[in-house]
Design a protein around this ligand. Structure first.
Ligand code: HEC
Length: 290
């Protein structure tokens, strides 16, 4: 085996262990070199955005879609006492972002638009130019902001008809002519540093999973007060089952579906060996396994 291959296998083993084990354990001996890897912050943004996309997709299709079929309700006032509802997907994301703010990694998450239903979701002046770019290119834009650090903005597209109808019909929507496939807004992530170590990468990924689980758990807690409580177990809601999966089952599904994109995010943009060695030599870093 060449040295590069040994390092690659070592790094990949480390990542595989992380992805398969729910709780983050310290990196096993022999894989410690992976902790010396520096990942560009944009790769980290791609990773956490993939998790968020997967979580939102599963929540929208399987919990809201399946839940509506099972007779459950979802709305804007879901947190109000006596309201027997779950969060709309946009509110699920907002609650996840709010929890993320309470955790140590200084990762910011924001779902915004230039024509928002909720004025607090208005994209700020500083980000308007980048959002115009995202709208026209329909791909992610990475930028730097003197106030908040590094910023990644991902288009939020009206992929299904309910996005359009619900927003167009909403009393607070300033725009009533959304069409299918319009870029309705953007998911924005912020982080103060240009590069992260593998440990920081894992800590950030973990914070996102924890926040997703926290939000879903808050919904399950709310259902305990429903006049007709919802059974909680391993099953997912459907026309025949008025049930909800446990937080663990929900998170497991998110982890499994997000894993391939997360691996890709961790593997891409790694430095070619020559420049990597030059950087390491100047910094005294150990070599990077992936
Ligand atoms: C059942 C109604 C409903 C559906 C369906 C819906 N949304 Fe929303 N959406 C809302 C509400 C209400 C808000 C405001 C939530 C808040 O208070 O932050 C919102 C917020 C947003 C925002 C943040 C900007 C704003 O308008 O406040 C974006 C972007 C967004 N939705 C995109 C989408 C996309 C894309 C889809 C489809 C995948 C979608 N929405 C489906 C009701 C809906």
């Amino acid at each position: 085996m060449t040295l590069t291959r040994i390092m690659f296998v070592g790094g990949f083993a480390c990542l595989a262990i992380y992805l398969l084990v729910s709780a983050p354990e310290p990196l096993p001996d022999g894989d410690m070199r992976a902790a010396g890897c520096r990942h560009p912050v944009n790769a980290m943004f791609d990773g956490v955005n993939a998790i968020n996309q997967v979580a939102r997709g599963i929540y929208t299709k399987r919990i809201v879609g399946g839940g509506l079929a099972a007779g459950l309700k979802f709305g804007e006032d879901w947190q109000e006492p006596g309201v027997e509802q779950g969060p709309l997907p946009a509110l699920f994301l907002r609650a996840t972002a709010a929890h993320l703010e309470t955790l140590p990694p200084r990762l910011g998450l924001f779902l915004g638009s230039d024509a928002p239903i909720n004025k607090s979701n208005l994209i700020g002046e500083a980000q308007k130019a980048v959002f115009s770019e995202v709208k026209s290119t329909r791909v992610a834009a990475y930028s730097e902001d003197t106030q908040i650090g590094f910023v990644a903005m991902y288009p939020d597209v009206a992929g299904v008809a309910p996005c359009v109808t619900c927003h167009n019909d909403h009393v607070d929507s300033p725009k009533k002519d959304w069409k299918l496939n319009d870029v309705m807004g953007a998911t924005t992530w912020t982080y103060p540093e240009a590069e992260v170590s593998a440990d920081q990468f894992f800590a950030v990924v973990d914070a996102v999973y924890t926040s997703v689980a926290h939000t879903y758990g808050a919904y399950l807690d709310k259902t305990a007060d429903f006049a007709q409580p919802v059974a909680i177990g391993d099953a997912w809601p459907s026309t025949t089952q008025r049930v909800l999966p446990t937080t663990e089952a929900f998170l497991e599904e998110v982890r499994q579906q997000a894993a391939p994109a997360l691996v890709q995010a961790m593997m891409h943009d790694r430095q070619p060996p020559s420049s990597q060695m030059a950087v390491q030599a100047s910094r005294g870093d150990v070599s990077c396994g992936f």
